[in-house]
Design a protein around this ligand. Structure first.
Ligand SMILES: C[S@@+](CC[C@H](N)C(=O)[O-])C[C@H]1O[C@@H](n2cnc3c(N)ncnc32)[C@H](O)[C@@H]1O
Length: 223
């Protein structure tokens, strides 16, 4: 089930308390990002994504609201993964702790290809891995998994969303932290890599996306 709706409203409307087995999400980082700049026109490839250019106070309030909903709906002992980059990482970790999550690790996604930046070009992002509850928390599938993941990013000219993540990245999370038939939720679907990965691995899925054009892309991909 996917909804073209604000995730905070969507969660209140469609998700019961402690009903979700896994949350995987990639929120706006508040960097005013519209994708890498095109070589010819010098313009960003896409429009700035929704809620990515707020004041710090507005962003904090928005983040608290969706994180509180995420905390409410996640089952005790289950996992949440939140994508973020180094600039917003300290805030996101702090806010996740404040709503009650216990931070377990930070996965470093090595995109295997350099991106933007001109003093040490960016090649990594973080994925915060946290749980709800402190005892008997769920374990990831294998004891041999490490916290650096080398998965190629989608190259600029193939992107259909400015912050598009590869499906293989999301599939790794879903397989490690949930079982077939369980419910996976994404609060910020974008172009839908979590939705597609959940469908391909036989999980149930609920996702929210506020921007109609991205919502339609996910709808089409799922069809
Ligand atoms: C960082 S992007 C996610 C990109 C996605 N991981 C992908 O690979 O395509 C965040 C997405 O959240 C959406 N968004 C922003 N505010 C939202 C809100 N309040 N509720 C639902 N979606 C929202 C944006 O339109 C954007 O597509």
């Amino acid at each position: 089930m996917i909804y073209n709706i604000d995730c905070i409203r969507g969660a209140k409307q469609y998700l019961d308390d402690e009903s979700v087995d896994l949350i995987v999400t990639d929120p706006p980082y508040n960097l005013g990002f519209g994708g890498t700049t095109q070589t010819k026109t010098k313009r960003p490839r896409f429009e700035i994504i929704a809620n990515d250019k707020l004041s710090h106070a507005e962003y904090q309030s928005f983040t608290y609201k969706w994180l509180s909903e995420a905390y409410r709906v996640l089952k005790i002992q289950c996992h949440i993964y939140v994508c973020i980059d180094w600039r917003m990482y300290p805030y996101m970790v702090l806010w996740m702790k404040k709503v009650g999550f216990i931070i377990k690790n930070c996965i470093v996604w090595d995109k295997q290809q350099m991106g933007m930046g001109w003093q040490y070009r960016f090649q990594h992002e973080f994925i915060i891995f946290a749980v709800k509850g402190s005892s008997n928390v769920r374990r990831i599938k294998s004891r041999k998994k490490i916290d650096i993941w080398r998965i190629p990013r989608i190259s600029g000219n193939k992107m259909i969303h400015p912050t598009e993540k590869p499906e293989s990245l999301m599939k790794e999370i879903i397989i490690n932290s949930s079982e077939e038939g369980e419910l996976v939720v994404d609060f910020f679907m974008g172009s839908g890599p979590v939705a597609i990965s959940a469908a391909q691995t036989n999980r149930r899925f609920i996702g929210f996306e506020i921007d109609e054009k991205y919502f339609k892309i996910v709808e089409e991909k799922l069809r």
